[in-house]
Design a protein around this ligand. Structure first.
Ligand code: ADP
Length: 640
């Protein structure tokens, strides 16, 4: 085993790898950007090397600086995590040239699987079923190929990833436009506009197989179902796949092992399949999509059902050991779910959010995280807060545990997607295991409807807004009822509360038509004489109440109204990002819904549209500008 390794990553995955290093007695070296100097992965590692910079390009993607850090600290091997340099064959070669071990597959295996068209050809030759379609080099006959395949079809960038450069086309008349859009997106994102065309599978399920190789032979650690996706991004993953039959599992496992062995795969990898679930699962209805040549974000669900520490296996195989287990040693125990908790504004269209984690209390579950209370979610990296993973004896128990753990997760200081994840956990079709990649989109409105705080919750918020804390002291006079007004805001709702201090930690809150008596208890709150399981915290700009759901109120500041008015006429940047396009100029007339500009933030493009009819008064941004949240972008002339 190695004495010391360097982890060329940050966030939760760096922390995850360090956990296993500690178990194995391997010393760990972290690297970090300036932004991450005090982050959790740096604190956890035995040593840390600063690479400086803010963006990934200035820090985590600098091949020479990463290798130099390993050399200077005497690390013998480099673990790349996922993302960043993990699937860059040039990095693998540079690591090996420096006399270090890359903890992962060979550069050759990564290259073989790097482009979707070449990978599909290779897999077809290895006897792995691939999606029917066209993946040839010639690009001048694509419309005819699409006709041959039969609509609907999917256009995919061969260099694609993260759902970019991908378009579904339902009819021949839409083909040319969709092709142009996919090609231009692919060229911008990957510098390569070659595409392939696939049959669009109906009622598609995304089922992937975890494989593990030693460079010659491979085993599989069963499947994960990642069908709950939004815009081709995974939201909740589970293992095993609901409804999986023994026949199909065998067939998929064997196909995945053939795929891995065909490229001499070493380490942990994932073979992704698309499954046609229109008539249930059947062993002749799955097809290879691509292989991810790294440890996957959702690997914890496989670890939970097999009891295997995949990172420990990665280190052992990289250190020269053979495969740690035979296929017949591996068994599925129970069921596991993973939910990805993000800082994002779901009702606003899943906009990535930033903020300080003023209050952070995770549930009793497996938590993979790179942040602590008080840390910042910055605009520079992925806004993931944590992965929450639960395990149960069967799917129903695991799902109940997921719902409970999401309810018990308390995060204040930034908006999160927890309510959305919880709505998914309560979704009837998901509960029945009837999943497909269109589930979220079909039921999006119901899944993103915000939970409305009841009047008891509002009353507690009003009391806390005035400075009272459960179990704590209040600044209020204990003599005679002191009346105070408090103006709260929840979404667009303005809540006017009148709070009378009755003494002894008791308050009478009136909210217009209704009212409640709220009392502090030694460890919580009671409302109208009934103890409630709520917790409330003051944040920078308001109050957050955790009571099954998370309800965030801002304490209205009369001064804010003026800026609210401005916001009606101004399009402000909803988040920090890069201006990709500006479509209007001063003097131009616009109608409500017209596209004004495109902002790129956290790997996604956000179209900003006119909120009303009007005339553009001024344009404050230009293409290529980096802007901060709240910056005015486009201002309309005042309404007459
Ligand atoms: P990327 O590398 O950009 O993530 P993938 O090839 O992995 O692209 O596909 C991403 C997602 O798109 C899949 O998980 C699945 O939901 C959907 N998808 C891909 N291929 C097909 C297909 N042929 N038919 C239907 N859906 C598909």
């Amino acid at each position: 085993m190695f004495d010391k390794i360097l982890i060329a990553n940050r966030g939760e995955i760096a922390c995850r790898i360090i956990d296993t290093c500690r178990l194995l007695g391997v010393r760990s070296v972290a690297i970090h950007s300036d932004i991450d100097a005090a982050s959790r992965h740096v604190e956890m590692a035995d040593e840390a090397v600063s690479l400086g910079g803010q963006t990934p390009a200035e820090s985590y993607l600098r091949i020479d600086a990463v290798i130099d850090a390993a050399r200077r600290t005497g690390a013998q091997a480099i673990h790349p995590g996922y993302g960043f340099l993990s699937e860059n064959p040039d990095f693998v070669e540079a690591v090996e040239k420096a006399g270090l071990v890359f903890i992962g597959p060979s550069a050759k295996a990564i290259r073989a699987m790097g482009l979707k068209d070449a990978a599909k050809t290779l897999m077809h030759e290895a006897g792995v079923p691939v999606v029917p379609g066209y993946h040839g080099a010639a690009q001048d006959n694509l419309a005819a190929e699409a006709d041959k395949i039969g609509y609907p079809v999917l256009i995919k960038a061969v260099a694609g990833g993260g759902g970019k450069g991908m378009r579904r086309v339902d009819a021949p008349s839409e083909f040319a436009d969709a092709l142009a859009a996919a090609q231009s997106e692919a060229l911008k994102a990957f510098g390569n506009d070659v595409v392939l065309i696939e049959k669009y599978v109906s009622k598609p399920r995304h089922i992937e197989v975890q494989v593990f190789g030693d460079g010659t032979r491979a085993v599989h650690l069963f499947e994960r179902d990642c069908s709950l996706q939004r815009r081709h991004q995974k939201v909740i993953e589970e293992a095993p796949a609901p409804g999986m039959t023994a026949d199909m599992r065998d067939a998929m496992g064997q196909a995945a092992v053939r795929a891995a062995e065909a490229v001499g795969y070493a380490g942990a990898g994932t073979v992704e399949f698309i499954v046609d679930a229109s008539d249930g699962l059947s062993p002749d209805k799955f097809w290879f999509m691509e292989m991810n040549t790294r440890l996957q974000v959702e690997h914890p669900v496989s670890e939970e059902i097999t009891g295997v520490d995949l990172v420990a296996w990665q280190l052992r195989v990289a250190a020269g050991e053979g495969l740690p287990a035979k296929q017949s040693d591996l068994r599925i125990k129970g069921h596991a779910f993973e939910a990805r908790i993000y800082a994002e504004d779901v009702p606003a269209g899943f906009l990535p959010a930033t903020g300080t984690l003023e209050h952070l209390n995770f549930a009793d579950a497996r938590i993979d995280t790179g942040v602590r209370q008080g840390d910042e979610i910055s605009p520079f990296y992925d806004p993931m807060i944590a992965k929450l993973t639960v395990h149960g004896a069967d799917r129903a128990q695991a799902l109940a545990a997921l719902e409970r753990a999401l309810s018990d997760t308390q995060i204040a200081g930034t908006v999160t997607n927890i309510a959305f994840l919880k709505a998914l956990a309560q979704h009837e079709g998901f509960g029945a295991g009837d999943v497909d990649t269109g589930l979220i989109e079909r039921d999006l409105d119901a899944l993103t409807a915000p939970a409305v705080p009841c009047t008891r919750c509002r009353s507690v918020a009003a009391v806390v807004a005035l400075g009272a804390q459960a179990g704590g002291q209040t600044g209020f006079s204990l003599w005679g009822p002191l009346e105070q007004r408090v103006a709260l805001q929840w979404g667009d709702d303005e809540i006017a509360a009148q709070v009378a201090t009755l003494g002894g930690g008791t308050y009478r809150v009136s909210l217009g038509e209704t009212g409640h008596q709220v009392a502090r208890t030694s460890n919580g709150w009671s409302v109208d004489g009934q103890k409630i399981a709520a917790k409330a915290v003051r944040t920078d700009d308001g109050v957050t109440v955790f009571w099954g759901n998370t309800y965030s109120f801002t304490v209205a500041d009369p001064l804010d109204r003026a800026s609210g008015q401005l916001a009606g006429d101004a399009t402000l940047a909803p988040m920090p990002g890069l201006v990709k396009a500006v479509f209007v100029e001063a003097g131009q007339e616009v109608t409500e819904g017209d596209k004004l500009a495109v902002l790129e933030a956290m790997k996604m493009e956000h179209v900003l549209r006119a909120g009303r009819d009007g005339v553009v008064a001024s344009v404050h941004v230009s293409e290529g500008a980096q802007i901060a949240a709240g910056d005015p972008m486009i201002i309309l002339e005042e309404q007459p």
